[in-house]
Design a protein around this ligand. Structure first.
Ligand SMILES: Cc1cc2nc3c(=O)[nH]c(=O)nc-3n(C[C@H](O)[C@H](O)[C@H](O)COP(=O)(O)O)c2cc1C
Length: 335
């Protein structure tokens, strides 16, 4: 069990922030499958702040990314940036639940700060994992965000920038001293990007270095991976990213394993019904064109590992609308 702020996570099981993936529809599916916390796609603090100044903005994409519905809490909205003042202002706007493009029913339960994104477009601005190279600035950002919101502030870091500068323990101490309420540590360096080879020792070192709860992250694809992550590192819970894509039931599987039980996956037919409901929700929120385009990768992941998946995946990619997607999926499920 994890407690931070006034949030309790009975199983310590979190869906990771996933740009282009962890939208509301997917977060809801993961919650229904047993995740007890989720994190939004990353939101640019500066973009959110600038959109407030734009007179003609009627529908803000950034605002939509930051919006939270009541039935998906507890969840965090993740922000990224490198300027303490923009990060603080974004946290203030999100906490007040009042910004252009806001369709939130409620503010999020927490604000998460991205200090792990390895993408050049982000690190080139000194944001995401680039902050691992400047713990003092990272600390000022966390302090500024903590001051700007009454919500708990969580921080997601990596092991370090590269193998010669592993400093997650220092970063974790800075985060705790600056007021962070929980940490997630992805046990890879920025240099590793998403290559195999998660350093669980670094996660164990971070856990030993701080008193706030720590989530271990990296390469959890099965319940056995989750249990061994907890056992080997002492982490308080796990955050799952790619292992949940097309397989939100991994959260049920881990819950069962934590209770010493085995989990029986739903039938293919049941799984595809859930997948199609997720697609309908994406379309409702984003419109048919964007919803269908974004749903294709999810449906392809749901097909993974099932006989005939390759041919079905290419049909999915060529489909022109929801009706066609549904037909393809139903035919595949009936096989
Ligand atoms: C498609 C994709 C998008 C991601 N987007 C984010 C993001 O917005 N914010 C973030 O902190 N991490 C992001 N990550 C990193 C994941 O949250 C996670 O730390 C990483 O994938 C390692 O976990 P895994 O091995 O379980 O996939 C992303 C990863 C992927 C694959």
């Amino acid at each position: 069990m994890i407690k931070f702020g006034n949030i309790t996570l009975p199983y310590g099981l979190a869906l990771a922030p996933l740009a282009g993936v962890s939208d509301r529809a997917f977060r809801r599916v993961c919650r229904a499958c047993g995740a007890d916390f989720s994190v939004s796609e990353m939101v640019s603090a500066k973009a959110l702040c600038y959109e407030q100044k734009s007179k003609k903005a009627t529908r803000s994409v950034t605002g939509l990314l930051a919006s939270v519905h009541a039935d998906e809490t507890p969840m965090a909205v993740q922000i990224f940036g490198h300027e303490p003042e923009f990060m603080a202002e974004a946290a203030r706007l999100i906490t007040a639940n009042d910004y252009i493009g806001c369709v939130s029913e409620v503010p999020p339960s927490a604000i998460d700060i991205n200090m792990g994104c390895p993408v050049k477009k982000v690190t080139g601005n000194g944001e995401g994992s680039a902050l691992l190279k400047d713990p003092a600035l990272a600390g000022r950002i966390i302090e500024a965000v903590v001051k700007a919101t009454h919500l708990p502030v969580t921080v997601k870091i990596r092991a370090g920038w590269d193998k010669d500068s592993i400093n997650a323990t220092e970063m974790a101490r800075v985060a705790e001293a600056s007021g962070a309420a929980m940490l997630c540590i992805h046990g890879r360096t920025r240099e590793q990007m998403y290559e195999p080879g998660v350093n669980r020792q670094v996660i164990a070192d971070v856990k030993a270095a701080v008193n706030i709860p720590v989530l271990g992250n990296g390469d959890i694809y099965t319940a056995a991976d989750a249990l061994s992550m907890i056992e080997e590192t002492g982490c308080d819970g796990v955050m799952i990213a790619r292992g949940a894509m097309g397989n939100p039931w991994i959260f049920s599987e881990v819950r069962a394993a934590l209770a010493g039980k085995t989990y029986t996956y739903p039938s293919h037919t049941e799984r595809f019904e859930i997948a199609l409901a997720q697609v309908r929700e994406m379309i409702e929120e984003k419109g048919e064109r964007v919803g269908v385009a974004e749903a294709k990768k999810h449906l392809a992941w749901y097909c993974h590992g099932i006989e005939g998946a390759a041919a079905t995946r290419s049909r999915i990619m060529q489909a022109s609308g929801y009706a066609e997607l549904e037909k393809i999926i139903r035919e595949f499920a009936d096989q």
